[in-house]
Write a protein that binds this ligand. Structure first.
Ligand code: SAM
Ligand code: SF4
Length: 327
């Protein structure tokens, strides 16, 4: 379905849980979250599958499961299987921190998972542990290897570039894309939620990251990469993978945004940075029919703002956090 600005909305991202097994400095407080969703306020996996089915009637063809950490939600494979069995979704993906992926990969693949994006902000054990507070980088590397071995194509890595923390690892990360068929996406640090760890001077623009890589590698126009979304991609001459740049802060890509988002407690959002939400859970609890729910999807698409306004300080006063909305 086209929204009011002519964008074809065909991509639904679902935060299937607000819980996580890591505590990234920029995402979650050390003690975890005290506003955790209760069992009754989180949508059941059956409701999520039903809502995905309804979303296909307004044109959704691609679904990403995220969180919080999607792999801590029990029975995620069943949800993937239910979505896949609809036969209406062309692409089912997850975004994960990779801690549990290696062990779960066979059942996720069998259920119908097509693709996986891993988040990885440092290749160095100590730094990785520092930024995630709890994580071991070896586990994530093992999961990335598993994804490559099991042919989850393409395998993407998301790195939030934080000046003073991992800007010295930009070339090591780019080298991964040279040595392996991996797609490394450098993401600008965004002021989200309660601005944990975010400071203006920690933001490093994609342009700067690209310049650093271009001094070492020849960046060439990319081969086709499925699901390439808002990233600007380049292949590395002679290398196997690609590097991508996602620049929500310095060069927003809202004019080509094709997504809507659903939170674990069933709120439909047109934008990561817009406060407007449509309450699907309330409708479900009140016995809404498929047609009534479909109308709520249409409303969310019609309400989708033309662009985000994060640069004008929205992050300071919005109560929603990244682990709630889903990154
Ligand atoms: N737990 C999963 C993971 O880490 O991949 C999925 C959820 S996490 C919220 C999704 C993505 O959002 C991660 O890649 C994370 O680095 C990114 N993210 C979280 N806070 C961010 C911020 N302030 N700026 C940019 N990216 C952020
Ligand atoms: Fe968890 Fe992902 Fe947030 Fe890190 S970024 S705390 S892994 S939800």
């Amino acid at each position: 379905m086209l929204d009011c600005f002519g964008r074809d909305i065909n991509y639904l991202r679902i935060s299937i849980t607000d819980r996580c097994n890591l505590r990234c400095l920029y995402c979650m407080p050390e003690e975890g979250i005290d506003d955790k969703l209760t069992h009754s306020s989180i949508l059941s996996l059956e409701d999520m599958a039903r809502l995905v089915k309804i979303s296909t009637s307004v044109g959704v063809r691609k679904v990403r499961l995220t969180g919080g950490e999607p792999l801590v939600r029990r029975n995620i494979a069943k949800l993937i299987d239910d979505i896949s069995s609809l036969g209406l979704i062309d692409d089912i993906a997850i975004t994960t921190n990779g801690v549990l992926f290696s062990d779960l990969a066979p059942e996720l693949k069998k259920a119908g998972l097509n693709r996986v994006n891993f988040s990885l902000d440092s290749l160095q054990a100590e730094k990785f542990n520092y930024i995630t507070r709890l994580g071991q980088v070896d586990k994530v590397i093992r999961s990335i290897n598993t994804a490559l071995e099991m042919d989850f194509q393409p395998v993407k890595i998301n790195t939030v570039v934080i000046r003073g923390f991992n800007d010295d690892e930009i070339l090591s990360l780019a080298k991964l894309a040279y040595d392996y068929p991996l797609h490394i996406r450098f993401i600008e640090f965004m002021p989200i939620g309660n601005l944990l760890y975010w400071k203006k001077n920690r933001l490093m623009k994609c342009e700067e990251v690209e310049d650093i890589i271009a001094k070492e590698y020849q960046l060439i126009d990319p081969n086709y990469i499925p699901g390439n979304g808002p990233a600007k991609y380049f292949n590395l001459q002679g290398g196997q993978g690609s590097v991508g740049f996602i620049s929500p802060m310095s060069n927003h890509f809202c004019h080509e945004c094709n997504r809507i988002r659903m939170t674990a407690d069933g709120k439909l959002r047109g934008c990561l940075y817009d406060k407007k939400e449509i309450d699907l859970r309330f409708a479900l609890e009140n016995g809404a029919s498929d047609e009534e729910l479909r109308k709520l999807f249409i409303k969310a698409i019609n309400d989708k703002p033309s662009r985000h306004h994060m640069n004008s300080g929205w992050g300071n006063n919005n109560a929603r956090k990244m682990y709630q909305i889903g990154g």
